[in-house]
Ligand binder design. Sequence first.
Ligand code: NAP
Length: 313
Amino acid sequence: MTAPLYNRVALIGLGLIASSMAHAMRANGLAAEITGHARSAETRAVALEIGLCDRVFDTAAEAVQGADLVVLCVPVGAMAAVAEEIGPHLAPGACVTDVGSVKQAVIEAVGPHLPEGVAFVPAHPLAGTEHSGPRSGFAELFVNRWCLLTPTAQSTPEATARLRALWEGMGANVDEMDAAHHDLVLAVVSHTPHLIAYTMVGVADHLRRVSNSEVIKYSASGFRDFTRIAASDPTMWRDVFLTNKDAVLDILGRFTEELFVLQRAIRMGDGPHLHDYFTRTRAIRRSIIEAGQDTAAPDFGRSALPAKPAPKD
Ligand code: NAP
């Protein structure tokens, strides 16, 4: 086995992404030691109980001491306070990275708190589930998913290359891009779709003409996939919309225009328009499957799950 890429990795925040990283780093021998910190005593106790970290500390400042890699895995809105706390305790030559879903706001929040001689390489793994917390992680979360690095003036080529090797070692494909471009791309592929899912589930919730039991009973018609997205962590998503405001509002404006065009086509009975539109969108789905970013199974692979409870004998 080759030597670990890092001697000590400190994970700040011990939820879905951090716990998946801990499992993946261990499974692939990427870190000699993993330390960690989370805000609540409860999460810290769980992390110790399930062996997520070798050592868990009550403060982020203690957790980062002697670490050659520090990964900020807290909600985007908490990044500045955490960076301010750890800044004076970082080892010279260390690298700080993060996994935040928005990049420009994190760079502005974290960068100013890091001392000279510490590299900062922002990152965002495009992988997740609707689950949160230290028990929700698993080693395969990043396999064949993208991780986007958005280097800044505080990134060194060496620190960026080593972080790339870490993500590749956990199974991810890595790309580098400018933070502003990242935020726009993510507004299209993730942030605005989440907002639409939240809205659709909210609409069903308000619609008293359809009873709750019918909404649940017939949910497999498409609604169910919206509910999975709309079950995502409220704190994380509040912060995403507050910090990627401009890009989301831009894409939402375009979405609303398109929606009005489709609304008019429906009202006018413009079948050819609807057919052409849906033919184009179908081609996009096909290219996502060809790129290996989803399964071609008609039910997103759900048929692997038992459709009905097994009969009791
Ligand atoms: P999560 O499961 O909810 O975990 C968040 C962790 O951060 C928890 O351990 C929480 O501690 C800790 N935390 C919250 N506020 C803190 C503070 N002020 N100081 C110290 N610790 C604090 O979240 P996650 O899904 O792993 O998300 C973490 C980051 O990854 C976010 O920035 C998110 O944007 C990004 N991300 C998420 C996904 C996804 O799909 N979930 C995908 C890619 C990137 P307690 O448990 O003690 O409250």
